[in-house]
Design a binder for this molecule. Structure first.
Ligand code: AP5
Length: 213
């Protein structure tokens, strides 16, 4: 089992295109987090030669659906274990604890409950929020060069629906526990970064309860 005392976890949630990946890259530089993206782990597994899950993952991602928990949680736990065992100084490792930014997870209540039980019960949530119109605009722009099979309008609309129906309840769940820091992500990348940096700093300084910036 995981040693719960050895990890500090921030989940990073928000709609498709809210800017989660972009801001994680910034926060890694600020705080030395180990950044793990559920979407990136799934895409890597999809392309891994010999993976038994490749075809299944491709189908779910193209449809904007949530990949079954057994696969996602396993990939994530393996990645966390690898990072912890390497014990890389300055890369997600601080004061004897692995500091993780886990991007795009948990997307569904079953994942949240499983992670709380198996890995870490005290995770915080950074919730990046903006309008659907803004997210659509960003993803259609990114789609011109990203090569991602789900950066087309049909897949994006499906991802919005899944996000509302399945991921919003996860955010509400953690909000009831006073663990959510909500960041308005409508501004420029730099402005959003400043807010996110301040918020994470406040949490590390010991502030508890839901926070808004
Ligand atoms: P995932 O890879 O997580 O995609 P997503 O949640 O749809 O989010 P994106 O990566 O598209 O956007 P982002 O919020 O990171 O924004 P970004 O910073 O790139 O998931 C894909 C799929 O994998 C899912 O649909 C599902 O099938 C599967 N999956 C993933 N996690 C899973 C899980 N836990 N369980 C099961 N299945 C799972 O920014 C977007 C664009 O906007 C970029 O071009 C960026 O440059 C630009 N931008 C960012 N911020 C700004 C700003 N402030 N102003 C202007 N432009 C900006």
């Amino acid at each position: 089992a995981f040693d719960h005392n050895k990890v500090t976890v921030f989940f990073v949630l928000g709609g498709p295109g809210a800017g989660k990946g972009t801001q994680c890259a910034n926060l890694v530089k600020d705080f030395g987090f180990c950044h793990l993206s559920a979407g990136d782990l799934l895409r890597a597994e999809q392309h891994r030669e010999g993976s038994e899950y490749g075809d299944m993952i491709r189908k779910y991602i193209r449809e904007g659906q949530i990949v079954p928990m057994e696969v996602t949680v396993k990939l994530l736990e393996n990645a966390m274990r690898a990072a912890l065992s390497e014990n890389r100084q300055g890369e997600g490792w601080q004061d004897g604890k692995g500091r993780f930014l886990i991007d795009g997870f948990p997307r569904k209540m079953d994942q949240a409950l499983k992670f709380d039980e198996d890995v870490c019960l005290s995770s915080k949530v950074l919730f990046f929020t903006t309008t659907e119109e803004e997210m659509l605009k960003r993803l259609l722009e990114r789609g011109k060069t990203s090569g991602r099979e789900d950066d087309n309008e049909e897949s994006i609309r499906k991802r919005f629906r899944v996000y509302k129906e399945q991921t919003m309840p996860v955010i509400e769940h953690y909000s009831k526990e006073g663990k959510v820091a909500t960041i308005d992500a409508t501004a420029t990348v730099d402005e959003v970064h400043e807010k996110a940096k301040l918020i994470v700093g406040r949490v590390f300084a010991g502030e508890v309860g839901n926070i808004t910036a």
